[in-house]
Ligand binder design. Sequence first.
Ligand code: FES
Length: 132
Amino acid sequence: MDNSLESIAVSLKIGQFVRHVFLCVGPSCCSDQAGGAAWKKLKDLLKERNLSLSSGPAACYRTKVQCLRVCKGGPILVVYPEGYWYSGMSEERIDRFVEEQLVQGKPIEEWIFARNPLPSPSSGANSNIGEG
Ligand code: FES
């Protein structure tokens, strides 16, 4: 079996997803229990909706983290490329988040507390990174 990094990237569909969600599972912004339950719900729902390890228009990569440096009002979640920062992303909110933000591409304004969209590579910002 080919176990090269390139092969792993292909199996993870890296290069094909359109969003990347980072969910903090605590322990400072929320309890371990709340973070763990939110993560399980997100993971299960992405799989159920065929959004994870897929290449469709809403293909989404997910990453569990233990701190996004906000440390309050969690579980904290950030989704790129939009750069929407969500608070209070407990298990009960994950269904609506997946449907509206990930599938429909519509932000849920009342849960967003900050925005930091990243510039696209074509915008010229930091265009010299990786060169030379
Ligand atoms: S522990 Fe969740 S943001 Fe710091």
